[in-house]
Design a binder for this molecule. Sequence first.
Ligand code: FAD
Ligand code: NAP
Length: 510
Amino acid sequence: MLNVPSQAFPAPGSQQRVASQGRSKVPLKQGRSLMDWIRLTRSGKDLTGLKGRLIDVTEEELKTHNKKDDCWICIRGLVYNVSPYMEYHPGGEDELMRAAGADGTDLFNEVHRWVNYESMLKECLVGRMAVKPAALKGMRPKSQVTDTLPREGPSSPSYDWFQTESSVTIVIYTKQKNINLDSVIVDLQDDSLRAEVVIKDQSYLIHIELSHEVQENISVRVIENVGKVDIVLQKRENIPWKCLGQPLEKHDSFIPKKDTGLYYRKCQLISKEYVTHDTRLFCLMLPPSTHLQVPVGHHVYLMLSVTGAEIVKPYTPVSESLLSDFKEPVFPPNKYIYFLIKIYPDGLFTPELDRLQIGDFVSVSSPEGNFKLSKLQEVEDLFLLAAGTGFTPMVNILKYSLTSVSSLRKVKLMFFNKTEDDIIWRCQLEKLAFKDKRFDIEFVLSTPSSEWNGKRGHVSPALLSEFLERSLENSRVFLCICGPTPFTDEGIRLLHDLNFSTDEIHGFTA
Ligand code: FAD
Ligand code: NAP
């Protein structure tokens, strides 16, 4: 990943070894960390060899730059000379070389589409591809965009709009059932409206520069059984509109979600609460002109500028509290996102986040993730294994299953930490277990004090076989596991040894 700090990072066995499925990282040389890269890009050194000129690159020319010491790669229509970056790339030189002299957009999207390469590689920008529509994925200038991009088949979504004296309603016909408010993401920035409806692995996009000004509060309604989405805008002036507006990039297109690019909006820090000695509960407020709900088990990316470079890291929203069914939320729901975030004093991102003042802004991406809520349907026994902040995806899974899965008999959480002081929301977990007899919690500590009477050690066959006791012999079971990557990998291996099938396990990885 472009912006994971390095110097043999993550060190072998490091708990921070966050690798995406099947990807490994390579040890990097001394002096080749992300901070070293940022320093190099700030040094004023000519990293493209073009002395600051930007050129139009033909496909033929691109192909000739295919060697380690002369390596150009095209990402989403822009061409970068990545040779100076080779030694700093945590995925290794060989991974970059897979796209040498070619269009690496698909490879990039596959591996880390969330990485802000525009910021990381801006000093390596050679220019853009000389016009060749197929290569200009997502980079078409506004003037070239029509609202008739090819879409797939008669079941593709479509849209229409109507107005009253004071409002404009955009209606999206998804032609799919099971669309809910989580599937719809709407942002209004200045006069440009971007709406995305996520339908399985595809996204339907509406992207328009509105013809007239509207008020910043928008509302979204979904009629689930017919898959219809209404986006209601309030006019600033009560005058009739002749047209909705001008189409912008990818307007009215139905494309694979991975090709949409990650969209960020600025959210304001509203509160920060100390949860443990190193973990805080951050509350961010979405702009009034945004509709965004993060599905259970999904995460977002937070982006901050660190010494001038935009750094992005993934975080999993949680609810404000495990017990919020029993208390009034402090803020109205849906406009606020909460995160439990551990601050690593020597980390790259979290100290910056911790330094933010109330009222400061952080950019928050649209949700990502592959957890399927349908896996919880009809489950009878749910087992959750979490280590450290790997607890975060469990929060909403736990709340959802206790409130919405009627078949549920038992939920058990085994929570691994180093010491008692590291346990996030211990008191809330104990209260919840007391209030709801279906829920049980077991804490396991790897470096407990001498007073600790509970379980100790690491995830192991002995701990698991005792913990994974079903409520009925053949109950429908589901297991979730999240924590440092080696913990998750080892846990999944042990669960397979205990005869749980791949279908019954969800491992949260990067
Ligand atoms: P980093 O700079 O990544 O450093 C972290 C630690 O690694 C530090 O102790 C640092 O000293 C050490 N380190 C750095 N470089 C090296 C090196 N060369 N060798 C050895 N060690 C090194 N975290 C949360 O707190 N809450 C969440 O909700 C959450 N959700 C996540 C969701 C997903 C999908 C994923 C993949 C991760 C999630 N994380 C979450 C982790 C988060 O993304 C960051 O990895 C974490 O916050 C650390 O970021 P950082 O930049 O501050 O630290
Ligand atoms: P931590 O406090 O360092 O560790 C928590 C517990 O896990 C400790 O008991 C630790 O034991 C144990 N552990 C560490 N490595 C292990 C291994 N190889 N095998 C077995 N047990 C191991 O954890 P943290 O700092 O909070 O880190 C949480 C991790 O979860 C981060 O890597 C983060 O990226 C990840 N995370 C992922 C997601 C996701 O959705 N993918 C979401 C949230 C968090 P020791 O005392 O021996 O270290």
